[in-house]
Design a protein around this ligand. Structure first.
Ligand code: HEC
Length: 96
């Protein structure tokens, strides 16, 4: 599964998650330091404020939703990139 075709098919959300070290604390399907992206998608699936809440959490950081370990702030990430990441997480973090 290597080569240019596979690379071109990598979703931007996954690329951004790798590029911004999100995967040092998160995995798609198991808890690491933070909750898995699948846990997050399932918790917020019926929440109309999910995009706003999760975008704010990535930008400003914070703790208390999943436990006492804080999620670090990412103040230098663009709102557009954060939106791509949130949409990717809420879509179930598809890997291609
Ligand atoms: C140093 C470890 C660490 C890094 C790096 C990290 N996170 Fe987190 N993340 C956490 C922890 C811990 C939580 C749980 C925070 C809480 O309980 O409120 C969390 C929570 C979240 C949540 C759920 C927020 C909520 O309020 O339910 C999302 C979405 C998220 N992270 C996305 C990301 C993305 C995207 C990145 C990369 C830009 C990232 N995280 C990088 C540790 C991390």
């Amino acid at each position: 599964m290597a080569g240019n075709a596979a690379m071109a098919a990598t979703p931007p959300g996954q690329t951004l998650a790798n590029a911004n070290a999100c995967m040092g604390c998160h995995a798609v399907n198991r808890k690491l330091v933070g909750p898995s992206f699948q846990q997050i998608a399932s918790k917020y699936k019926d929440d109309p404020q999910a995009t706003a809440k999760l975008s704010q959490k990535i930008k400003r950081g914070g703790a208390g939703v999943w436990g006492s370990i804080p999620m670090p702030a990412h103040p230098s990430m663009s709102d557009a990139n954060i939106r791509v990441l949130v949409d990717w997480v809420m879509a179930g973090s598809p890997a291609k």
